[in-house]
Write a protein that binds this ligand. Sequence first.
Ligand code: DAH
Length: 337
Amino acid sequence: MQEKLNKTINDVNNTIIHSNEDAINFQKVYLSKKGILNDLFNEFKALPNSEKKEVGKLLNQLKVMALGKLKSLQKSENTKKEQSKIDLTMPAIYDQVGATHPLTKVQDQIISVFKKVGFGLSEGPEIEDDWHNFSALNMPKDHPARDMQDTFFIKIDPDVLLRTHTSSVQIRYMKENTPPIRIISPGRVYRKEDISSRAHCIFHQIEGLYIDKDVSFSDLKKMIAYFVESIFGKEVKTRFRPSFFPFTEPSAEVDIYWGLKTETDYRITKGTGWLEIMGCGMVDPNVLENANIDPTKFSGFAFGMGIERITMLLHQIDDLRLFFENDLRFLKQFQVN
Ligand code: DAH
């Protein structure tokens, strides 16, 4: 019987089961009632006790092996079924969706507000020359107003600098175009400032320019009121405070009433409840002349605001550095699902 057993073990071992048909056959030959294994078990019963131990071991080994063969086919059938369920043409589901940077979001928001009333987009270079950034804007060399904006100059050519504001784009656009002009110019600007929660050496501005016949200060006021209402809501109070910028005359700064509810409100508004959001004014006739526009025929207004400031107010962000660190915990809060 031992010999028979060894032969069967060998046979089972060498059997390869590919298909269901093979499996049915295998089952019939080895594992059915009339199959080889049953015969062997019957033979085993008749053996003298002394041989049973040895043969029993082999018989069990054979049984485990035969059942194992069947199972292995089932397993591979199952994985085949699983695989056929996967549709490789289906678009992937991304669990890591990116987010638009809050500054970009607010910048787009501001652009769309002005687009609605006919403003187009115009951009200029971040590496500027002295004339576009200062001189043409009524700030000749040694003008004290230049001190308001600490500038990065390029050592080898003091005429080349990183623009300190987007007002330089006004000049570029006016030189290339004739009134009526209605543009906004978003972009990055640079100043030599120490980095803190309230200041950075890189930040973003949006400049606006409107030039036409008979543009007045009341047009400017109306436009700013429309802007504030669109961005901050109808209930927000606005005020114009007289100010000075070399490129506008008269000039003003616009404040919105932020309130004095919390300690932070006291700190950021210096106890007044009011917060400055932009500078503006009627374009100085000298500036129009520098850009080849006749100030006796045309007038206009300009305004400029910091995108960081507006974003901080809209989203209650109290540290400017967060915008530049790209910490995912911060950026993910602006994810839209
Ligand atoms: N360029 C100014 C700044 O960076 C902001 C500004 C003020 C822009 C008044 C203007 C303006 O167009 O009319 O501080």
